[in-house]
Design a protein around this ligand. Structure first.
Ligand code: FMN
Length: 213
């Protein structure tokens, strides 16, 4: 496995894939990495549709502005959030927590604060909240795939309604992003470069340089 430093430095958004299949054990390891991500209240509101069948990939490509890598990738992971997830999973999440040592008082407090916090969300607030949670799990999957030697491509170029239709998603699902996983075909993408700390990081308050020595 590649170490995390190399994975973060060498990862590129893969332009083209060769379509070779991914062994199920590796796919499971990639998915498990996502399921271990942290989430607000540990609600784990993410849901993933793993698309591998050629016919399904073809439909997903049509819903993704015809981007060829959707069909070329070995696996497409469609990362969604379930807007009703917290309602359905709250009891089970707390039971798991209690089994793992969560104090009863914490569980009682979590039950009431999750319900009062989440039930007041507008649809837009819920989508924002889901985006945060789902992208953490998604990123864990992306880094695990890269660490196992696969190439990945994060994708937001898709049409929400069309992905819903292609994958027969429930109405409560919000599609957050697609993750293509496979093996690079041809040359890798250029390195677009990154802004440095002085451009994007402040120390203590906005506008002040962070001192690291
Ligand atoms: C959330 C997200 C969505 C993206 N969507 C697409 C996409 O739909 N199609 C595409 O070709 N690249 C997409 N990209 C790739 C970016 O263009 C790429 O990550 C960026 O140019 C930096 O390049 P690098 O990842 O190779 O360093 C996306 C990246 C992110 C993080």
């Amino acid at each position: 496995m590649k170490n995390l430093t190399d994975v973060i430095r060498d990862r590129r958004a893969t332009p083209s894939f060769d379509g070779t299949p991914i062994p199920p054990a590796d796919l499971r390891q990639i998915l498990d990495a996502g399921l271990h991500a942290p989430s607000g209240y540990n609600m784990q509101p993410w849901r993933f549709v793993v698309v591998q069948a050629p016919e399904q990939k073809r439909k997903l490509r049509a819903a993704s502005y015809n981007q060829p890598k959707v069909e070329e990738a070995s696996v497409m992971i469609v990362a969604c959030g379930d807007m009703d997830g917290w309602r359905k999973d709250l009891d089970q999440m707390l039971e798991m927590g209690l089994e793992g040592g969560m104090p009863e008082s914490y569980a009682a407090q979590a039950r009431s604060s999750v319900s009062s916090y989440m039930s007041n969300f507008t649809a837009d607030q819920m989508k924002l909240w889901l985006n945060k949670q789902v992208m953490l799990a998604y990123t864990s999957m992306m880094l695990m795939a890269e660490s196992l030697g696969y190439d990945t491509a994060p994708m937001e170029g898709f049409e929400q309604d069309k992905v819903h239709e292609a994958l027969r998603l429930p109405l409560s699902y919000w599609v957050v992003a697609l993750l293509a996983v496979g093996h690079l075909k041809g040359a890798d993408k250029f390195d677009g470069g990154r802004f440095g700390l002085n451009h994007t990081v402040f120390g203590e308050e906005y506008g002040k340089a962070l001192k690291l020595s």
